[in-house]
Design a protein around this ligand. Structure first.
Ligand code: MN
Length: 288
């Protein structure tokens, strides 16, 4: 199934080029007093919501997908976990290009570990990416995004995929510079998730998916997730060696080669096999 959040926090079931409005399924989520448990309530209650979605589907109002504004399918992740340098060809280009490396010695994911992006940076493809520092190089990075379904701590590799709720396309937008990645990549609108969540059952092997990105129709990135240095299972195992993942936490699994700058007015299109494709606009800063 393909589930999306659209317009004013409506819940949608994607059916070809249409979206069925199944927002009534959100009634199956518990009312939660303060403090809310960590994580995203929709993902934590996913099985109940899906059961209700199935009941609602035959009578659900139908809209054209092209007529709705797609938001990030996860509204409230407690963490956006990111894999740095997780494709060898991207490691190689980072070593060659000081516009990426900025004097840092490029090492390995085993040396650097994972980093976090602020959850306030998260948007869906229906909102524009707002470039905060137009004088800097601001790069696109297309990545497979893994959405965690269940509380996960010290997960063994063999069990890792059982903790996955689904997958989406992630754009890890990046202001290049000397600051720590978690700072440079946490700018408002610099984490794009969408166009919808594809449930785990539709992606039997997340480690063999073609992924690609174009800017204004020009091919920039094309690879396959089989080229990841740490695959999805290893990333879940690695992350949960250090901290607990909560329902709705998102893992951006790293970008292949071909990263490059965008500017206001550009249109980014990105796709991943079995998930779909998204289109998003690049705009100036709110102040700009
Ligand atoms: Mn990245």
């Amino acid at each position: 199934m393909r589930l999306c959040r659209f317009d004013d926090d409506r819940l949608g079931l994607v059916d070809g080029s249409d979206v069925l409005d199944v927002s009534a399924a959100l009634d199956s989520l518990p009312a939660r007093p303060w403090p809310q448990p960590p994580g995203d309530a929709l993902i934590a209650g996913f099985d109940k919501v899906l059961a209700r979605v199935r009941q609602l589907t035959p009578q659900a109002p139908r809209r054209a997908l092209a007529s709705v504004r797609l938001r990030a399918p996860v509204a409230n992740p407690s963490k956006i976990v990111n894999a740095p340098i997780n494709y060898q060809a991207h490691i190689d280009e980072a070593k060659r290009d000081q516009g990426i490396a900025h004097g840092r010695e490029i090492k390995t994911i085993a040396d650097w570990g994972l980093f976090l992006k602020a959850t306030s940076s998260l948007i869906g493809p229906g909102e524009p990416i707002r470039l905060r520092f137009s004088e800097r190089r601001n790069d696109h990075e297309v990545e497979l995004a893994v959405i965690i379904g269940h509380t996960a701590n010290r997960v063994a590799r063999a069990d890792a995929l059982a903790y996955v709720c689904g997958y989406a396309i992630g754009l890890d937008m990046t202001a290049r510079g000397t600051e720590f990645p978690s700072f440079r990549k946490s700018i408002d609108t610099y984490s794009v998730l969408g166009p919808w969540l594809v449930t785990r059952d539709e992606v039997p092997d997340p480690n063999s998916l073609d992924l690609w990105l174009t800017v204004n129709g020009e091919p920039r990135q094309r690879s396959n997730t089989r080229r990841m240095v740490y695959d999805v299972q290893r990333l879940i195992e690695y992350a949960t060696t250090f901290y607990t993942l909560h329902p709705g936490d998102v893992i951006f699994t790293g970008t292949p080669e071909g990263v490059g700058p965008v500017k206001p007015g550009d249109e980014i299109r990105a796709g991943i096999e079995r998930i779909g494709e998204l289109t998003i606009q690049v705009a100036p800063d709110y102040a700009g």
